[in-house]
Design a protein around this ligand. Structure first.
Ligand SMILES: Nc1nc2c(ncn2[C@@H]2O[C@H](COP(=O)(O)OP(=O)(O)O)[C@@H](O)[C@H]2O)c(=O)[nH]1
Ligand SMILES: [Mg+2]
Length: 267
């Protein structure tokens, strides 16, 4: 088949200055996209490996993923029993990477919103950072083909996260990221239960609180061209609710610290 014969077959020698990298691509009903995205990643960054984390997609994405993995030693598949959400798929992918000694993991959507051609830019930034976020809302960042309500939702979510939680990240819901593997232990990623956008905010928040170096690199984000979005109003609601609770907790903790310091001073 022509699709698999042009896939480069090179040993995974790693990405200079970062080491062995695994790009985790969660999929649910991405049969129109999975082949294209894997080929683009392999071409854009030939030394990195790919893991497709598929939740038993009814549209046969998993079988296409098997075909891709069979034709390329650097492409792998993790079959999961059913739809359990984006966050759970990433956690399983991260665990897979840690078991195999990868130095860094990348989060990337299957639908082409995160251009694989920009991956080297993110990985270059990972040489001097623990976490790299491909950001729409820093200078040079862009969004293509989004209706105004999505632009407002995304910008609003990031602004709200900065104000409510004090998280100094411009694009807190962004899902195009690099984590150096030791970070995952430090932020106790195993204990994360959030899904969707909240998963991304949660990991950024944990990284920030644990003193990780977070770099934001401008990306051009394109809306998906094929297939349907899996995000729902529930996922947006979860993010809003959790950000409010986390923010309130953080503020309360700092007020308590300030009061504690005041009491000590007065005795
Ligand atoms: N494995 C898995 N992947 C998922 C699930 N939900 C969404 N995804 C994938 O996560 C990525 C982002 O989802 P998408 O629907 O594009 O979200 P949007 O970009 O916010 O509209 C895509 O690659 C989806 O196929 C899920 O429950 N399980
Ligand atoms: Mg998408």
């Amino acid at each position: 088949m022509s699709e698999s014969t042009n896939t480069p077959q090179r040993p995974a020698e790693g990405y200079p200055g970062v080491g062995r990298v695994l790009v985790v691509i969660p999929t649910y009903n991405e049969s129109d996209n999975v082949r294209i995205i894997v080929e683009r990643v392999r071409r854009a960054a030939p030394t990195v490996d790919v893991l497709i984390a598929d939740d038993n997609s009814p549209d046969g994405t998993g079988a296409i993923a098997d075909e891709l993995a069979g034709a390329d030693t650097q492409t792998h598949v993790l079959h999961r029993p059913g739809k359990q959400g984006l966050g759970a798929a990433y956690l399983a992918g991260f665990a897979w990477a840690r078991e195999r000694g990868y130095d860094a993991v990348v989060e990337m959507d299957a639908d082409g919103s995160h251009a694989p051609e920009q991956l080297p830019r993110l990985l270059d930034a990972a040489r001097d950072a623990d976490v790299v976020i491909g950001s729409r809302w820093v200078r040079g960042g862009k969004v293509l083909n989004w209706p105004v309500h999505r632009l407002l939702l995304s910008r609003g979510a990031s602004l709200y996260t900065r104000i409510a939680m004090g998280l100094p990240v411009r694009d807190a819901t962004a899902g195009y990221r690099v984590y150096r593997t030791p970070v995952l232990d430090k932020i106790e990623v195993d204990q994360v239960a959030s899904q969707g956008y909240c998963f991304q905010i949660d990991l950024a928040w944990r990284s920030y609180r644990n003193g990780m170096r977070i770099a934001e690199v401008p990306i051009t984000f394109a809306e998906r061209e094929r297939g349907a979005s899996k995000m729902s109003s529930n996922i947006v609601g979860e993010a809003l609710w959790r950000v409010t609770v986390w923010g309130a907790r953080a503020r309360l903790a700092s007020v308590k610290r300030a009061l504690g310091a005041g009491e000590k001073q007065s005795v």
